[in-house]
Every structure is written in C-alpha cells, then in structure tokens.
Design a protein. Structure first.
Length: 175
C-alpha cells in the first residue's frame, strides 16, 4: 500500500515538473500599436498563470530595476527604441516552487506585439531576453527660429518674383 502511494506521489511530482518546465509561451501585448513619447503604453499578459506574478521591465537594457506589474502602463519620456522584458515571480500562495532559493526569473521564451497585431519572439540583447518597442516622438512644432527661416525664405522668394515681374514689365514697355 505504501509503495503505491509513493508511485502516485512520484507521478504527481513529475506532472507538476512537466507543467513548470514545458509551460505555455507567454504572450505580452502593448497598446497603442504606435506609442508616442509622453503617452502611456499599456502592457497586458494574454495567458497569465495564477501561480506567477508577472511584471514588465519597460527599458530592460538601461533600467532593469524598473518593474511595472501587469496589467499596467508606463509612459516613455523620450522617443526611441526600448527593449521590453518580462519578469516572473512565483506567487507565495502557490505551494509548488521552481527552486527553493530562486523564485524570480526573467522569461526567455515570450512573444511580444501590439494588441490585435502580430507578435515577435524575445531575443537576446545585452545578456537579457527582451523585445524591441519603438516609441515615436510627438509631432514637431516649429520653433521661433524655424518660423523666422520660413518667413525669410518666403520674403526672398516673393521679392524675387516681384523683381522679375518688374524687370519684364520695363522690358515690354520700352519695346
């Protein structure tokens, strides 16, 4: 009787181990599809695991310590290419742990893409598995000096046209 209980326990442990090792691929989504600097970008996990607490690292290459819990949002201050990583922590309420001393890990196999769009797999960047996110800049508004250059160009062009018309009128009247 004890031997059969040991076998059942062994099978149960093996099944849990298979679940931990061969779990689903995470799918991390962001919105809006074309983020702009100064605008919040929302991150969601399509297939969350109840035994894991997932966070996103919005700029894994430059600031790996900045964690945003999912579903959450982050506002990028400047336009550029940021590398997003997915961080997973074992939920303390779950009984099964991956390793006693290592409860946190960066996910190496996840898909990343906009909500409703196509996804791309995470790639290695500076020793971290992450996916690129391109954040565009706000529409440019001409500065005062740029407006002055535009106005100066218009005055020069207008002056040239007036001069040309004056010259051609004088030539026609003298004939």
């Amino acid at each position: 009787m004890k031997f059969s209980n040991i076998i059942k326990a062994f099978i149960l442990v093996c099944l849990f181990s298979v679940k931990l090792v061969a779990g689903e691929t995470f799918v991390l989504r962001y919105s809006p599809a074309n983020p702009v600097a100064g605008q919040p970008v929302s991150f969601t996990l399509e297939n969350p695991d109840q035994c894991q607490i997932a966070s996103v690292i919005p700029d894994a290459v430059n600031n790996i310590g900045n964690l945003v819990l999912l579903d959450g949002s982050y506002t990028y201050a400047q336009a550029g290419i940021y590398h997003v990583a997915l961080d997973v922590t074992v939920n303390p309420q779950c009984l099964i742990r991956e390793k006693a001393g290592n409860k946190r890990q960066l996910v190496t196999d996840f898909q990343f893409g906009p909500v409703g769009g196509t996804t791309v797999p995470a790639v290695m960047q500076n020793g971290i598995f992450c996916s690129p996110l391109v954040v565009g800049g706000a529409p440019a508004i001409p500065t005062l000096s740029q407006w002055m250059i535009i106005i100066l160009a218009l005055v020069i062009v207008t002056g040239g046209v007036v001069y040309q018309m004056n010259t051609s009128l004088k030539q026609n009247s003298s004939v």
